[in-house]
Write a protein that binds this ligand. Structure first.
Ligand code: BF8
Ligand code: SF4
Length: 645
């Protein structure tokens, strides 16, 4: 394999484990995501600005951003229409990914209620009953399975078109729900909004960029308050609602003397039963017979987050670690479900003994072994997969094993339920801490890694500056893993926080950065924001809250950012979205939306500056609520990052 990697690999990532593996990649000529990014440069300027369109066979078309070349596609679509259509399709793709994941969980939940699965149970009956009440499903003295079946039916209706309104909209603060109704963006059905976006963006349907983007808000809301929320809530019912739990993170979680299996992707359905299978006495015995000390499961990306949150399974890393974990030479199997799995993992695996095992019929990978997941035989398939990994241990080349670092401890498991429990069952102590200014506000730092940004630097720097300034940080997805690796997610990290947040975190024995879960679990942030707004009798946009996606790459992140803004939360992106070909679209998203939904987007690649933008926003919201506030214009960059680090 060719390698284009320069000798300056260290600047690709701030993670020591990744740096070590990149050195190995360079030595052995193994291609990585950073090489392929370099090979793509310069990337297409039209596409980067959202100005290219291939929605029909009269095209492909592009609009010249400098005004000299064509200003319209063959059909007559201008820059505004093309940019808005492209953005709308990205939102729909991201929302569809989350929502289809939600449906997969829902279908297995329904089959579990009918008693036709193996390895699945209703773990959190109290949560099941609470959800049933929200969906007007009768609970009183009925068998749990009956309640679950009726709840599943009601939730399946959310995907269709017959109800006209999603079941979880009862959680939305009344003022926000009223606003959505007035704007015509109340999500009606999950599939409906996504299909309608594809319809609207077909040639010759919706040509009005404002109208397309309003539907973009509705499509994203069908994800945040629909598909993703169903995924989170039903995963809690089946696999347990997370509670604070200690674990470990980085490539050091691999064990040289164990069979190592990485669980990668997003859906916890199969990985949860693999956790059960890995402790099967016969398989453990087989591993020992092969010369291993045992079977070690580790997580990657959001499947990893799901297992970390509920079972404390250690986390090998985030998005840009997925190729590098194979290069440890200590991985027997990478079991993948779907989303964010680079097709390149099978190429890297060819250089080692690692088996890549795909499991979802909708996500096959050339070069992988496909072991089709079927919930009716869940545990049996999980055992087959673990057995295959154990057998691969015989092919390991001990001299090739390089586990580069020691693992870092990390606390996870902060569901809304566990946060409220830590606060004594009510949001009051948190609200009081915010009112008194001990905590200035809260920010969700979420999303991916992107090789265009040194891995983890955006997440870690932004989070650090926020906690230093007494802002509580809630993390999910790859942002959570980045903060874990940096040691910012243990109770002792309270020492890194400003005096107010430090006091609160120490009193509760929690880190200043709370892990709320996978990317579908961003809905926990919505639920918490709604609970705070409802407690205070205000709308979400009045609260001192913000969102940030410093290293985002994925269409799912586009959907998340959009539903967060549509829910009233200001959001700062660290990577420029492909919209800058239309001034009108940029003005709407970065300014005009404020007057429509009370929140807007900003783009700021420098995490130091992003922290300033967010702190100013939070203080402005505090001031508007009549809380003690710092004058926003007094918040300036104080000194260069290097001097503070
Ligand atoms: O859903 S943060 S790179 S792993 S898209 Fe993917 Fe982004 Fe990671 Fe999880 Ni979310
Ligand atoms: Fe070109 Fe219009 Fe077809 Fe897009 S929809 S490819 S702009 S002709």
């Amino acid at each position: 394999m060719s390698t284009i990697l320069s000798s300056k690999t260290e600047i690709k990532t701030i993670s020591k484990d990744a740096q070590a593996m990149l050195r190995r990649a360079r030595e052995e000529g193994i291609e990585t995501v950073w090489d392929r990014l370099a090979a793509q440069e310069p990337q297409c300027g039209y596409c980067a600005m959202g100005l290219s369109c291939r929605n029909c066979a009269m095209g492909p078309c592009r609009v010249d951003p400098f005004g000299e070349g064509p200003q319209k596609g063959v059909c007559g679509a201008n820059a505004d229409t093309i940019v808005a259509r492209n953005l709308g399709r990205s939102i729909a793709a991201g929302a569809s990914a989350h929502s289809d994941h939600g449906r997969d969980i829902l279908e297995v939940f329904e089959q579990t209620a009918r008693g036709t699965t193996t390895g699945y149970h209703i773990t959190d009956e109290a949560k099941l009953k609470a959800l049933a009440k929200e969906y007007d499903v009768s609970v009183d003295s009925r068998p749990v399975a009956d309640v679950a079946r009726d709840l599943a039916d009601a939730m399946l209706e959310d995907f269709g078109t017959r109800k006209g309104r999603l079941g979880f909209l009862g959680r939305v603060p009344p003022k926000r729900a009223e606003l959505w109704k007035k704007l015509g963006v109340t999500p009606r059905g999950i599939d409906r909004e996504n299909v309608e976006m594809l319809h609207r963006t077909h040639m010759g349907v919706d040509n009005d960029y404002v109208n397309i983007l309003l539907h973009g808000l509705r499509t994203s809301l069908s994800d945040g308050w629909g598909g993703s929320m169903i995924a989170t809530e039903l995963s809690d019912v089946m696999f347990g609602t997370p509670k604070p739990i200690m674990s470990q993170v980085n490539l050091g979680v691999l064990k040289a003397d164990h069979v190592n299996i990485a669980l990668h992707g997003h859906n916890p359905l199969l990985s949860d039963v693999i956790v059960q299978a890995a402790s099967d006495p016969e398989l453990v015995k087989l591993a020992k017979k092969k010369g291993a000390a045992g079977i070690n499961l580790v997580g990657l990306c959001c499947t990893g987050n799901e297992l970390l949150m509920r079972k404390g399974v250690p986390m090998a890393g985030n998005h840009l670690i997925q190729e590098l974990v194979i290069m440890t030479g200590a991985l027997e199997a990478m079991v993948v479900d779907y989303q964010c799995i680079m097709p390149s993992v099978t190429d890297v695996a060819k250089c080692f003994h690692t088996q890549v095992i795909s499991t979802a019929d909708k996500a096959k990978f050339p070069g992988a072994t496909h072991m089709s997941f079927d919930p009716h035989r869940g545990l049996e398939i999980a055992k087959d997969i673990v057995r295959k990994a154990v057998e691969a241990f015989s092919n390991r080349v001990p001299d090739r094993v390089r586990i580069p670092v020691e693992p870092v401890p990390m606390m996870a498991g902060f569901s809304v339920e566990s946060i409220l429990a830590a606060l004594g069952g009510t949001p009051e102590p948190l609200v009081n801490a915010i009112k008194e200014g001990k905590i200035r506000g809260a920010v969700g730092v979420v999303g991916c890694n992107n090789p265009k940004i040194p891995q983890d630097e955006g997440h870690v720097t932004l989070t650090r500056r926020l906690i230093e300034n007494d802002i509580l940080v809630l993390v999910t997805g790859c942002a959570a893993v980045a903060n874990g690796k940096a040691g910012q997610m243990v109770p002792e990290a309270a020492e890194m926080a400003g005096p107010g947040l430090k006091g609160v975190a120490k009193a509760l024995g929690i880190p200043p950065v709370l892990h709320l879960g996978s990317c579908v679990d961003n809905t926990r942030i919505l639920v918490l924001a709604a609970a705070l707004a409802n407690y205070l009798g205000v709308d979400i946009d009045q609260l001192p809250l913000a969102g940030a996606a410093p290293e985002w790459y994925s269409e799912k992140a586009v959907a998340i950012g959009t539903y967060v803004v549509a829910s009233g939360i200001y959001t700062v992106l660290g990577v420029q979205p492909p919209i800058f070909g239309s001034k009108n679209v940029v003005n709407l998203l970065a300014d005009g939306l404020e007057g429509v939904v009370g929140a807007k987007f900003a783009v700021e690649p420098d995490p130091e500056k992003a922290a300033i933008l967010i702190r100013r926003h939070i203080e402005a919201k505090r001031k508007a609520l009549g809380l003690p506030a710092i004058e926003p214009e007094k918040i300036q960059l104080e000194e260069p990052a290097a001097a503070r680090a």
